[in-house]
Design a protein around this ligand. Structure first.
Ligand code: G1P
Length: 301
């Protein structure tokens, strides 16, 4: 089973930093953003490979996940074995690449991986957000298993004035994760999805639950994407193909707490994620507070 990470975007929100460095390789502490997403994608049992949808403009991503023996040898010869081991570890992750060279939307990006998923369900993880060590995709797989292998998406409540930024679901709460006692829009509640709409106007939104960027999808979606016309923003939308899938197959949504993850979609969110991770990571917390000095004390206590 594969997990797909679309990463072909230009990263314009991070310019000028992303002129020469893909946004996916910007660091959170000492690891590139995309490595956190790859590690998250490999959490569920059964995921044996990650397919990154890249553009040919960003060969650095492929280089990052490839072995560079000369570089590792150079590090080792300078006594930097631990660093060499960490560099090597990234190159052993089961990552492969397909390419999307035209910006035609998320649905078009996912379609580029059609041959790699074959007849199996697959995950899609959007790369501007990662959820370290919280097993979000594992929980989604549990919901799918409880519902005969149906597609499952992660959703979360969003204020009414922000619905037009996201994909929004229609549906009803039908239960919750095994062991949880959630209902409605509470974390752990499970909805049966009856409709999906990409970036609706607030008055047209069928609920306040938005698609968070984690999907476990039936392989049938690839056939639907192949014939999907453009939608919101004149782009081929994954959400629109999922809406068509509903006519043929069941789909469920798991309500999650998006604040359990880390957003890196804008410079401000990326900076906040770095600060949060630095404060939470025992390997960084003390040095981070020290670097911030007295000024930082005011903010972080
Ligand atoms: C994409 C999806 C949208 C989803 C969002 C989550 O939109 O199309 O349904 O809610 O990601 O971040 P984008 O952010 O690419 O406009």
């Amino acid at each position: 089973m594969k997990a797909i990470i679309p990463a072909a975007g230009l990263g314009t929100r991070f310019l000028p930093a992303t002129k020469c460095t893909p946004k996916e390789l910007l660091p959170v502490l000492d690891k590139p953003v995309i490595q956190y997403v790859v590690e998250e994608a490999l959490e569920p049992e059964g995921v044996d490979g990650v397919v990154i949808i890249n553009s040919h403009e960003k060969p650095q991503i492929e280089a990052y996940f490839s072995v560079d023996q000369e570089f590792e040898d150079m590090l080792s010869s300078r006594g930097k074995q631990a660093e060499a081991a960490r560099v090597h570890a990234a190159s052993t992750l089961p990552v492969s690449f397909v390419y999307q060279d035209e910006a035609r939307g998320l649905g078009h990006a996912v379609l580029q991986a059609a041959e790699t998923v074959d007849e199996d369900p697959f995950f899609v993880l959007l790369g501007d957000y990662f959820v370290p060590d919280r097993q979000m995709c594992v929980r989604m797989a549990e919901v799918s298993k409880a519902h005969g292998g149906a597609s499952v998406i992660a959703v979360a409540p969003v204020p009414a004035d922000q619905v037009s930024r996201y994909g929004i679901i229609a549906g009803e709460c039908v239960g919750c994760l095994p062991g949880a006692e959630a209902t409605g829009e509470q974390e752990g509640a499970v909805w049966k999805v009856t409709g999906l709409v990409e970036k609706p106007r607030p008055e047209d939104a069928p609920s306040h639950l938005f698609i968070v960027g984690r999907y476990l999808l039936s392989p049938r979606i690839m056939e639907l994407l192949a014939t999907q016309g453009p939608g919101a923003g004149n782009e081929i939308q994954l959400t629109d193909a999922m809406e068509r899938l509903l006519a043929e197959e069941e789909m469920y949504a798991l309500v999650v707490d998006p604040s359990e993850g880390c957003d890196t979609g804008t410079p401000a969110a990326w900076a906040a994620t770095n600060a949060r991770m630095a404060l939470e990571d025992p390997a960084f917390a003390e040095a981070f507070r020290e670097e911030l000095g007295e000024k930082g004390e005011r903010f972080f206590g």
